[in-house]
Design a protein around this ligand. Sequence first.
Ligand code: SF4
Length: 898
Amino acid sequence: MCACRCGIRVHLRDGKPSYIEGNPEHPLNKGVICAKGASGLMKQNSPARLTRPLRRKAGAERGAGEFEPISWDEAFAMLEQRLARIRGTDPKKFALFTGRDQMQALTGLFARQFGTPNYAAHGGFCSVNMAAGMIYTIGGSFWEFGGPDLERAKLFVMLGTAEDHHSNPLKIAISKFKRDGGRFVSINPVRTGYSAIADEWIPIRPGTDGALLLALNQEIVAQGLFDREFVARYTNGGQLVITDAASPRHGLLATDEDADPVNPLYPQNQLWWDRHSNRAVATHTPGADPRLFGDYTLPDGTRVQPAFQLLAERLRAHTPEWAQEITGVPAATIRRLAHEMGITARDEKIELPIAWTDCWGNEHQTVTGNPVAFHAMRGLAAHSNGFHTVRSLGILMSLLGTIDRPGGFRHKPPFPRAIPPSAKTPTGPEGVQPDTPLAGLALGWPGSPEDLFVDDEGGPVRIDKGFSWEYPLSVHGLMHNVITNAWRGDPYRLDTLMIFMANMAWNSTMNTDQVRKMLNDRGADGEYRIPFLVVCDAFQSETVAFADLVLPDTTYLERHDVMSMLDRPISEFDGPVDSVRVPVVPPTGECKPFQEVLIELASRLKLPAFVNTNGARKYRDYPDFIVRHETEPGSGIGFLAGWRGADGSKSLLGEPNPDQWQRYAENNCVFKHELPPSYRYMRNWNRGYMEWAQRHRLRRWGDPILVHLYSEVLQKFRLAAQDKWPGRRPPAHLAKRVETHFDPLPFYSQPLEVQATDTQRYPLAAITQRPMAMYHSWDSQNAWLRQIHTHNYLFVNPRTAAAAGVADGAWMWVESPWGRVRCMSRHSEAVEPGTVWTWNAIGKSPGAWGLAPDANEFTRGFILNHVISDTLPGGTSNSDPVTGQAGWYDVRVRISPA
Ligand code: SF4
């Protein structure tokens, strides 16, 4: 029902769902179910369900919600004609943006085959900084792709995590961790949800976690509490960086040009300064041990320093006292926490009797663990300084020696991946051609300026300006820029925008009011500036009212779905896991799964991957597609990894199996592959795992993945900004921005919006999170869950409220430079005094969600997005300059009685 993807069992009475329970045999939730999961029946019966395709009535205004039913045949014919014209002329005029839909491998394939670069899911609005900051540092990230090993951790530190993100698996793990005597520290401006059961709550000012993490790193290094052996062997801390400012390779890693780079895309010929022989040697030379500190000269006269030395120098000024001023966390607390992390990692080491071999051929008899684990999410990410904050966290985890080790952070297959992963977008406008699939992926992982998706002048090719010099590493796209850019015609206008399961006219946008006006705005020719808007959803969200064409989706109980290794599987630390949904009831009314809509449209448009060589339709329907589609003809890789091969005897790789759905249904809808113990740890550098992963095509290469304490990738962009890179350069107006933010070492700067705000007038930070019972905002109209909350409050520390004269429970204004909204106050000690917060997406717009006109959601609820802006003074997007992450937790406000 949500992206946690717990297993459930649905009981039917008279053919209708009558009871939902957690599936005790499901590996993810082991029978545990949350309030939302248990309330799925009311989702099924929601009065907000869309049940027929609808067309906006002739003459009706967008937003008025005046529709007439049409048949699916008419809807498909309309779309086929329109999309065929766009594809045949300029495919980028069609954009497809989706919410947290769990089927991005299919939506992405559709977009690529259509030929449009304008595709992304909600990641740029959600937590791309968490994904990118971690993956560009350690080759993996949290949630689906890795997480804290609370089975063995002794100390668990959670930062910037909403009430229960992610849900049941982490609840189970934290519960056991605490019973086993583990210590749980939560760092968060707000103490609710998981933070409420933490042993220690460390309140922090929003957007300042980067400063705290730099100070923690500084303390760990200054006290000598880092894991020297881990840093030396498994990170690039010992690699030599060219420090001659005049060198065209300034800031890049020194290499032995005579040595075999092994993999030119990820060269393996860097150098260490060996402390035994006191000279430069190839990294991981047998018997060598790198200096981590110092200043050296190579035989050709090149000045170099170990990357760790540069990191230590960077950290030096970031003392606890420095961080205290920024974060509000006392310096003594920072020192104590760093010390606790350091000695727990050092003195409570775990040795598991598991033999393994590293990528350099060294045999180890045990796996070592340093039992300090972390979990972090959007609270760190949704700031315009979030990328470097998250990098600082990845570095802290690495200094403590906790990467893919017992009791620390552990990857989940298909991670770890190369830094950066090898998937790439096209690199210029020529990658977009009529009637042709896109010449690359719509979303990729740039490794240098040459990988950007820009035109000859350095301008963007994507409508959201993703992968341009404005947001070079926007690996999840910038959903929050789409409507504004299309409305402005900057960089160009769209013809058709298709939105799936994303409430972009309400809570899935930063500037709700403006977006609603833009969707309704017409040009001088009298036509809408965004000419055709298709909304596909199961529910009548606020965005539906603006659609020209509405396509009714099914609920999760009415369709097939896959949680695929090609997308976001439910893998565990010990091996790959994928899962499926099978429908328990037929679709309501004329609802059609969006997957079926895409298969139908792709077949009609004759997108190559969906038709045979003679142009005939290839797949009967979505279940047929899932079984028979292979990433390349004969690759043996499809959406599902289990029970492959003609007789279902193969796994991960194998020919399509016509009975695959049946086999999943017989096995709790889950396929699980357990790795042998020797492949379960140290996977960045584990030869056995790497060979296995290559054989099963989870990895293209078997090279070790060293942690990037120092990011050479970022330095390449910085060199381009400094006019020193032999290839592409940023446009002049962006050079300074790129030079500043593409620092190879983490740094702290105030979020861009805070820098541009008069914080005397607007002194408070305002943030949101979801309530536990509404884990995702999509489908949040649910009769049972409405009994828990039909409206939200603004939570204010009593001291702050008293100073503003706002009584508990009273009506109040919350006002930012961008606007104000009336809301109800709730005094709460569980929020630090400089922050106010509320739940997201409880407040709704009148007329939406099938609610009565006097529903509390309208009369008492509110959404904070009314006072947030997607644009900073001067017109630039309010996004992280590295990744394009929406900085929607950066707004500053003031409060007053209403
Ligand atoms: S966390 Fe999500 S998937 Fe799990 S039971 Fe709750 S709603 Fe369902």
